[in-house]
Ligand binder design. Structure first.
Ligand SMILES: C[S@@+](CC[C@H](N)C(=O)[O-])C[C@H]1O[C@@H](n2cnc3c(N)ncnc32)[C@H](O)[C@@H]1O
Length: 190
């Protein structure tokens, strides 16, 4: 069976992230990916979860408290500032990262991820990602501003060095209404 995009995103992270690693949820929203990553890295690991919206930080806090998770740091800031928030001793050891682009479901559709900050965050994470680590972008693009972000990201990743990175696009091409797709970037060399 072909996996849906969210299942495939999680599958790729399961295949590449190890227990005890530091990982990043660049857009924590309602906390679903944060919870997934928290389980993946286990008690000795660390999840850095970013969001610009107070509502998203509150929702994710509720999720991690409900599930008794103590390995998550919630960061109420743009992922464009990721570098400032990396713990000193964890800087070269990021095990993986996920971005869910677009807006928070059932919330303000004007608060969306933007091309400049998404691309800056991706590039900053690529610098500190472990060898064979993955950055996963789940690209939603049906909303206002989504097309511009999609195009900017595709243009950017198309030009990443093929020696240093392998870039995969995964999605269903016969679905209606701008279905989301995945971009997965694997770092081949340290
Ligand atoms: C599609 S939602 C994320 C859904 C989330 N992964 C989940 O499991 O519920 C996108 C989120 O990105 C957040 N966002 C937008 N711009 C951001 C930025 N520059 N830095 C961090 N988060 C941002 C929005 O506030 C929103 O919560």
């Amino acid at each position: 069976m072909l996996k849906g995009v969210l299942n495939y995103a999680h599958y790729l992270l399961e295949e590449s992230v190890n227990k005890g690693e530091t990982v990043i949820d660049a857009t924590c929203g309602n906390g679903n990916d944060t919870l997934f990553l928290s389980d993946l890295v286990g008690q000795d690991g660390h999840v850095l979860a970013f969001d610009v919206q107070e509502l998203a930080i509150t929702s994710t806090r509720e999720v991690i408290i409900k599930h008794g998770k103590s390995n998550v740091s919630l960061i109420h800031d743009s992922h464009a500032n990721i570098k400032q928030h990396l713990p000193k001793d964890e800087r070269q050891t990021i095990g993986g990262a996920i971005f869910n682009l677009g807006y928070l479901p059932k919330s303000d559709k004007k608060i969306i991820t933007k091309p400049e900050s998404t691309i800056k965050a991706m590039d900053d994470i690529l610098e500190v990602l472990k060898k064979n680590g993955l950055i996963i972008l789940v690209v939603y693009h049906g909303h206002e501003g989504g097309k511009e972000e999609k195009e900017a990201i595709l243009k950017h990743v198309l030009h990443l060095s093929q020696q240093k990175y392998s870039v995969l696009q995964y999605g269903f091409i016969n679905q209606k209404n701008n279905p989301p797709f995945i971009i997965a970037i694997q770092k081949n060399k340290q």
